[in-house]
Design a protein around this ligand. Structure first.
Ligand code: C5P
Length: 402
């Protein structure tokens, strides 16, 4: 896992209305510990003031190729030399066209031409401008030049039209920038995961479920994708946004989850079962709401749900399987026993009260060699550590199943 705190960014703004979102992006970046130097074009300054960006970055904002503050007059070179990444957000159609031709007629375009570090663009433009063959040609050229693209997203645009071309939201861009700095230890791998609870209906308004926020599973999905994997997340109902770059299939019951897993698992190199799957479901689902009676007791007949993880682990060409176990007591005993019973190489266990709904977690790894407790950490850094642990255990030569 690589920490992003202290990484040095150059944030470039060009002249698009999405520039107002870059203030929020800058705020999130500095809050996350990035050191951010801001460069704005003349057109960007029509949309947002330098004072805002200066206050949020805590550094002077640079706008002029001839800025006298750079002693040797080499602002176009000096301002990017100590940077780890240049992010241009928003990147207009015009700015992208300029980059394609290697033009350098202002500070930001000159910095990009003279740079030694990678560059990431967050395009922002009207959908017609994005779809125009000229822009699409430029996108291809920029990609083949090694420039990274984050977005654009789809949705309603400032001009009132709907389509592709919106700048990604600041929180998604932050995810993309964080992802850039993570080691690509799962490059080329396909990961299928389950997360969240399952909900087993009893009647149209009642259900059996497990307490699960989905936070750990979603953090793992994000960390796996950051590590370069293609991630398919099969999720029970949660209130969480889908991590950037992750493909998500929504399900409700354990049976739905099982069916979805069966459909896709043959593509997986790694299967991670984080879902809190209900072990039992109602034997019959009442068509109408069950009415209260005078009886003081009532019996609900349950039948067993399929064990998804055990099924996947038992496949002839099983992917590398990882399970989770939230226990209320005797973690070591229950978790080791569960790992053996499900026949999986790695099980990640924790005591339920330490994790449920929380933003941090303390887990122990259980594998063939024994148990290995990890220090308590917030769920995203922990997820990155877990992905590193999984990557280190993958059988050699199993790269890229499909
Ligand atoms: O519920 P249990 O503690 O047995 O869960 C352990 C692991 O098995 C978890 O990874 C969970 O996602 C998985 N599981 C499953 N299908 C079930 C029950 C659990 O995949 N029916």
């Amino acid at each position: 896992m690589t920490t992003t705190a202290g990484k040095r960014l150059l944030l470039g703004l060009t002249g698009g209305v999405a520039a107002y979102k870059s203030a929020e992006l800058l705020r999130s970046l500095t809050k996350a510990g990035y050191d951010v130097r801001v460069v704005m074009t003349q057109a960007a300054m029509q949309f947002i003031g330098t004072a805002t960006m200066q206050a949020l970055s805590g550094q002077p904002v640079w706008t002029d190729l001839w800025d006298p503050r750079v002693a040797n007059g080499m602002a176009h070179i000096d301002l990017s030399r100590d940077r780890d990444l240049i992010v241009v957000a928003p990147a207009t159609a015009d700015f992208m066209a300029k980059l394609v031709h290697g033009r350098a007629d202002d500070l930001l375009s000159t910095l990009l031409l003279a740079r030694e570090c990678p560059a990431m663009l967050a395009p922002a433009m009207n959908r017609q401008m994005w779809e125009h063959p000229a822009t699409q040609r430029n996108v291809q050229t920029l990609l083949s030049d090694g420039v990274l693209l984050a977005g654009p997203g789809a949705g309603e645009q400032a001009c009132g039209e709907i389509g592709l071309g919106r700048m990604l939201e600041p929180e998604i861009l932050l995810e993309e920038i964080d992802a850039f700095f993570q080691p690509k230890i799962l490059q080329g791998r396909h990961v299928v995961m389950t997360a969240g609870p399952t909900v087993e209906p009893i009647d149209p308004v009642r259900a059996i479920t497990n307490a699960s926020s989905g936070k750990m599973g979603y953090a793992l999905a994000r960390a796996a994708r950051e590590a370069g994997a293609q991630v398919l997340l099969i999720s029970g109902p949660t209130a969480l946004p889908t991590p950037s770059g992750v493909q998500r299939i929504d399900v409700r019951t354990a049976q739905d989850m099982f069916d979805a897993v069966k459909r896709v698992v043959n593509t997986a190199d790694i299967f991670i079962g984080v879902a809190a799957v209900a072990d039992y479901r109602a034997q019959t689902i009442a068509q109408q709401k069950i009415k209260k009676t005078t009886a003081s007791e009532r019996t609900l007949l349950l039948e067993e749900n399929p064990d998804i993880l055990a099924y996947v682990a038992g496949l002839p060409q099983a992917p590398f399987c990882v399970g989770f176990a939230a226990e209320s007591e005797q973690l070591s005993q229950h978790a080791s026993e569960k790992r053996r019973r499900k026949n999986i190489p790695l099980l990640i266990g924790n005591l339920a009260e330490q994790a449920l709904g929380a933003d941090d977690n303390a887990v122990t790894l259980f594998d063939e060699a024994g148990e290995h407790p990890l220090p308590r950490a917030s769920k995203l850094p922990l997820a990155r550590t877990l992905i590193a642990q999984i990557a280190a255990r993958l059988p050699r030569g199993s790269q890229g199943k499909k």
